[in-house]
Design a protein around this ligand. Structure first.
Ligand SMILES: Nc1ncnc2c1ncn2[C@@H]1O[C@H](COP(=O)(O)OP(=O)(O)OP(=O)(O)O)[C@@H](O)[C@H]1O
Length: 259
C-alpha cells in the first residue's frame, strides 16, 4: 500500500542545505499499523509530508496504492500534532468534520450520517454543535481523528498526534487509534518521539538513523493484537522490545556526527 524507495530530501535556500532524509526505503502492506521513531530532527515529519504529497522528494520514489505521489493522494488523511491549528475555530465540530466530505461531493443526508458515526466512534457523540475552542485539547484531537475517519481513508498518516495532551488523555487516544484502525481497517503510519507509544501501538516499529537518515531497523512487534495499557505495558515482552528500541535510538544519537 505504501512504497518508499531510496527517498532523499534535501532542503535548500538561504545558503544552507539540510539533508533531512538520506536514503529511506520502506514498504507498508495494506492494513498494517506501522510506527516510525528516530532521533529528533531525523526527518520523520519530512517522510510523512513526502508520503502525503505535501513535499516533493529530492530523489527516490513514493507510491500510495500503486500510484506515484505527485500531490495529496486520494484516500489519504493526515492527523497532525497541532489540533488547535488543524480545526477551524469558526466552524462547529460537525461542520469541521463535514468540510472534506462536501469537497468530495457527498450529499447532505449521507454527510450527516457519516459525521454522527465518526463522532460516536471517537466517543464524542454529543459534541457536534460545540465549537472546537469549547473543548479540551484531548477532545479537539478526537475531533481531528473523527474528521480523518469520516473521510474513509485507505491510508491514515499520524504525525505525533498525541504529543500535546496529558498522559491520561494520551493513553485513551492511543487506545482510540488502535480501535479505529481495527474497526475501519486502514493502513496507518504513525510517527512518534515516544518509544513506549510506538511499541504499544504498532505491529512494526521502524527505527530511523540520525542524518544522513536511513532505516536503522524494522522490528516486528510480536505482542498480542489485543493490547491493554496496564497488562501490555507491564509484560516482559513489552519491556524487552522497548529496551531494544531505546538502545538502538541511543546508538543512533551517539553515531550522529558532531553530537
Ligand atoms: N521547511 C524546511 N526548510 C529547511 N529545513 C527544514 C524544513 N523542514 C525541516 N527542516 C530540517 O530538516 C530536518 C528534519 O526535520 P523533520 O521535522 O522532518 O524531523 P523530525 O524527525 O520530524 O523532527 P522532530 O523529531 O524534532 O519532530 C531538520 O534538520 C529540520 O531542521
Amino acid at each position: 500500500m505504501l512504497e518508499i524507495r531510496s527517498l532523499r530530501k534535501v532542503y535548500g535556500g538561504h545558503g544552507r542545505q539540510v539533508e533531512a532524509l538520506g536514503d529511506v526505503t520502506l514498504t507498508v502492506p495494506e492494513g498494517q499499523f506501522v510506527c516510525v521513531v528516530g532521533p529528533s530532527g531525523c526527518g520523520k515529519t519530512t517522510l510523512l509530508r513526502c508520503l502525503g504529497g505535501l513535499l516533493a522528494p529530492t530523489s527516490g520514489e513514493v507510491e500510495v496504492a500503486g500510484q506515484p505521489v505527485t500531490g495529496p493522494p486520494d484516500g489519504l488523511a493526515i492527523v497532525f500534532q497541532e489540533y488547535g491549528r488543524s480545526l477551524f475555530p469558526w466552524l462547529r465540530v460537525a461542520e469541521n468534520i463535514e468540510l472534506p466530505l462536501k469537497s468530495k461531493g457527498v450529499g447532505r443526508a449521507e454527510r450527516r450520517r457519516i459525521v454522527d458515526e465518526s463522532l460516536t466512534a471517537v466517543g464524542l457523540g454529543d459534541a457536534a454543535k460545540a465549537y472546537p475552542w469549547q473543548l479540551s485539547g484531548g477532545m479537539q484531537q478526537r475531533v481531528a481523528i473523527a474528521r480523518a475517519i469520516a473521510f474513509q481513508p485507505k491510508v491514515l498518516l499520524m504525525d505525533e498526534p498525541f504529543a500535546a495532551v496529558d498522559a491520561q488523555t494520551r493513553a485513551d487516544l492511543e487506545d482510540l487509534a488502535r480501535t479505529v484502525w481495527q474497526r475501519f481497517g486502514m493502513t496507518v503510519l504513525f510517527v512518534t518521539h515516544d518509544i513506549d507509544e510506538a511499541v504499544y501501538l504498532g505491529q512494526r516499529v521502524v527505527m530511523l538513523s540520525a542524518s544522513p537518515t536511513r532505516v536503522l531497523e524494522d522490528l516486528d512487534i510480536d505482542l498480542p493484537d489485543k493490547r491493554d495499557q496496564l497488562a501490555t505495558r507491564s509484560g516482559t515482552r513489552f519491556a524487552e522490545l522497548r529496551s531494544h528500541v531505546y538502545s538502538r535510538i541511543q546508538e543512533a544519537k551517539i553515531a550522529r556526527p558532531g553530537s
